[in-house]
Every structure is written in structure tokens, then in C-alpha cells.
Design a protein around this ligand. Structure first.
Ligand SMILES: [Zn+2]
Ligand SMILES: [Zn+2]
Length: 246
């Protein structure tokens, strides 16, 4: 029955203001997007540890999961027909709850998540980054970026560049057209869907490039990106990706 928001008559109306501010602070304080823990981090240390385990055996080239007790560090696909890129580091499988985090960034505009992903990728990708001269996000087509207001890959790449001290280059690649969502397509269609979708700009002679994206499905998009960069002279292309479809 007591109205906790009101002071007694005669008292200064300080409590409603204080309560309002507390509520506002709670709304603004970043909470963990997975467990809702309020600790100022969009991805709390516990969830980062639980869902971004680094001890999974993966193909060194395309980051496909490998049976753990194998001597070889590359998958059959990459041994049979090596893709245009030279290596890939991913943080996790594209599965719950990581798919939800990726969607919260991409479609929900939870930009602090890009910071969290970038921080984790800068750490997990340290060897790849040591061998890279520049950081290059996978671009969106112009219309899609204006629609969304940001490019999630670029936001992640910005943090990686800041952490490893390499320049962020958003001018190296142009996406010439929008492509359908890769996940909705069959394998052959995926390749056709992205063929010729990227053009590298300028002379990239001898440049070693770390390419950043949020999701990798078959690797067709990143394969096209690497092929375009190498046609322009890039010496080495490695991928840093948040999540890969298992
Ligand atoms: Zn959490
Ligand atoms: Zn592979």
C-alpha cells in the first residue's frame, strides 16, 4: 500500500528522482547478453569462458571441427581443394547461445558485443595477427550498410585493430552487390551467390591481410574475398571469424 516513490508531505521530492536515476543507470549498464549478469560487460567473463572454448580441434585452414585425435591439422576438403585463404580462426560454433549473440549485434544493434567479440578474436588470433599487416572487414553492399547503419564486421575489426596495433583498412574491398543469406542456400548455389561479389581496390602487392567477419557458413564468401585480394597481389589472407556453422 505504501507508495515507495513518494516522500512524506513537506519532504523534498528527492526520492522519485533518485529512483529514476537508479532505473536509468540499470537500463544503461551493459548486461551480459547471455546470462543477463550486470557487470558492465556485454559478454561476462563466465559466458566468454563457457561458450568460446579455445580447446576445440579445428582445421587450420577453414576452422571446420576435426576429430580431436587426428595427426593432421587440415580437413579433407582443404587437403583436396585448398581454398584461396591461408588460415582461419573462429571463436565458436554457430549454435545457441552464440547464434543469439551474433543476431543481437547484427539485427539488434548491440554494438558493445562487437567490442567483446573483437577482444576475444584479438587474443585467439594472435599468431595469425602477428603475420598480418592490415585488418580488413568483409564489407556489406552499400544499400545494406545504409539500411542497418553499421557493418558488424567492421565494428569487430575496429576493436581487433586497436588491440593488435595494425591499421584497419575499410578501403581495400568493395562489395559490388548484395547477396542472399548464405544459410538459406544449397552449397552449389552459395558459390554462385557470392561469385564476383567482391572487388579489391588498388595494388595490394605483398600485403598480408587479416579478414574479419561475424559468421562463416561454407567459407564460400571468405573464399571469394581472399581470391579477390590475391588477384590484386595480396601475399597472404587469414580469416578471423566469430562463429562457424558446425
Ligand atoms: Zn554472462
Ligand atoms: Zn578445412
Amino acid at each position: 500500500m505504501a507508495n515507495t516513490d513518494s516522500e512524506g508531505s513537506g519532504g523534498a521530492p528527492r526520492r522519485p528522482l533518485a529512483l529514476g536515476l537508479a532505473r536509468l543507470r540499470r537500463l544503461l549498464a551493459p548486461r551480459c547478453v547471455v546470462c543477463d549478469l550486470e557487470d558492465g560487460d556485454p559478454l561476462c567473463p563466465g559466458c566468454a569462458r563457457d561458450y568460446f572454448a579455445s580447446d576445440v580441434a579445428r582445421c587450420a585452414t577453414c576452422a571446420l571441427r576435426l576429430p580431436s585425435a587426428r595427426g593432421d591439422d587440415r580437413c579433407g576438403n582443404c587437403l583436396r581443394s585448398p581454398p584461396s585463404f591461408d588460415g582461419t580462426v573462429v571463436l565458436a560454433d554457430y549454435a545457441p547461445p552464440v547464434d543469439r549473440m551474433v543476431a543481437a549485434l547484427k539485427f539488434g544493434g548491440r554494438l558493445p558485443l562487437a567490442e567483446a567479440f573483437g577482444r576475444l578474436l584479438a587474443r585467439a588470433g594472435r599468431p595469425l595477427l602477428r603475420d598480418s599487416d592490415v585488418i580488413c572487414p568483409v564489407p556489406l553492399a552499400f544499400e545494406r550498410q545504409s539500411e542497418r547503419g553499421f557493418n558488424q564486421a567492421q565494428e569487430i575489426a575496429r576493436r581487433i585493430a586497436a588491440d593488435c596495433g595494425r591499421p584497419l583498412r575499410t578501403d581495400l574491398l568493395l562489395r559490388t552487390r548484395n547477396t542472399s543469406a548464405q544459410m538459406d542456400l544449397a552449397l552449389a548455389e552459395r558459390r554462385r551467390n557470392v561469385q564476383g561479389a567482391f572487388v579489391a581496390r588498388g595494388d595490394l602487392a605483398a600485403l598480408r591481410i587479416a579478414v574479419v567477419d561475424d559468421v562463416m557458413t561454407t567459407g564460400a564468401t571468405l573464399g571469394e574475398v581472399a581470391a579477390a585480394l590475391k588477384r590484386a597481389g595480396a601475399a597472404r589472407v587469414g580469416n578471423l571469424v566469430v562463429a562457424r556453422t558446425p
